[in-house]
Design a protein around this ligand. Sequence first.
Ligand code: PGA
Length: 256
Amino acid sequence: MRKKIIGASWKMHKNTIEEVEQFVKTVKGAPVFNKVESFLMPSFVFIPLLEEHLKQSPIGWGSQTMAFVDYGAYTGEVSVLALKEFNTGYIEIGHAERRAHFNETDDIVNKKVRLALGNGMIPVVCVGETKTEKDAGIGDESITVQVEAAFAGLSQKEVSKMIFAYEPVWAIGQKEGASASYVETQHQLIRRIVKAHHGESVANQVRIIYGGSVKKESAPALMQQANIDGLFIGRFGLDPHNFIDIALIVADGMED
Ligand code: PGA
């Protein structure tokens, strides 16, 4: 059984200590996080604050990106080694906004995945087709290229630890995300790609979560799908009470 997971990236939405503390103080006592795996991804500078507040809680923390090499003359970048100092458990890699605005290529994604796994962290690799690709009927090809590039050169054991976040670019930042049945079909595709390269057992272990305008209202239908192992929340998880409510939906139906 794959463990269900809920994550939230705050992107660049929370920019004060007050907002960050208010959020973590509200969520950290919620019993649902003893059941469902969870992580929060703030801006880099707030990671030590999350560690301070969450280290005694089951809620994990992660970064929204990191450098593609581990040290050196890379002005402005943050290394996996620095993130490790703060017990960062998850690294988001290849988000559509990083691919679009910061030139994060499939090759860079692969480098970061290796660094994360090599340092005991879980890479959360975002993949998804753009609207143009979808309309041109090449969405599945685009996803295939991104998934294959992400795990190129990795062992089966390493791949089994990865989390893929399916995030169709056209569904991010919208009023509504993709439908549950559409997402399920795309998650099946991702699992088939993993199976083709790494076998059935690895494909059954890899967790695939969905992100893109997820909210309380859409979460139940998404979580009823067999291949949706969790949710990756953006705007609709910025309020701590909404985050808890969505976590309860993810946890619903899990065995105790
Ligand atoms: P959104 O962000 O829920 O605000 O669309 C999701 C994401 O980009 O992961």
